[in-house]
Design a protein around this ligand. Structure first.
Ligand code: FES
Length: 129
């Protein structure tokens, strides 16, 4: 499988994605589309004391999108929001031991949907004040 350019970690997350699904009444929700391929990603977060206590995703994306989302959910569970906001697609790709260059656009979905979910949480918190 390595000859198609995917690291073992990418393949492993693609075959056994973590945190797939939705969260009922999430504290934050993000949805983004990928302008390159038209695929979609949805991210749901539960927040406690500014820490991401739970996170789930659903995607209509390719294997790389699944692997990067799975990895990003593992990276940010238990992380505080400000730190999670700074996670870039390169951080996610690095954590997966790299993605083929033509697949880097897929990792946008995971990072962007996460950031949108955090922004949604912050927006809702402002409204409640
Ligand atoms: Fe669309 Fe990868 S090809 S997310």
């Amino acid at each position: 499988m390595a000859q198609i350019g995917y690291s073992e970690k990418v393949l492993e997350h693609f075959m056994n994605p973590r945190n797939v699904g939705t969260i009922e009444k999430p504290d934050g929700y993000g949805k983004v589309g990928n302008p390159v391929c038209g695929d979609l990603m949805e991210m749901y977060i539960r927040v406690k004391d500014d820490i991401i206590s739970d996170i789930k995703f659903k995607t209509f994306g390719c294997g790389s999108a699944i692997a990067t989302s799975s990895m990003v959910t593992e990276m940010v569970k238990g992380m505080n929001l400000d730190k999670a906001m700074k996670i870039t697609r390169n951080d996610v790709a690095d954590e997966l031991d790299g993605l083929p260059p033509q697949k880097m656009h897929c990792s946008n979905l995971a990072a962007d949907a996460l950031h949108e979910a955090i922004k949604d949480y912050k927006r809702k918190k402002e409204v409640k004040k």
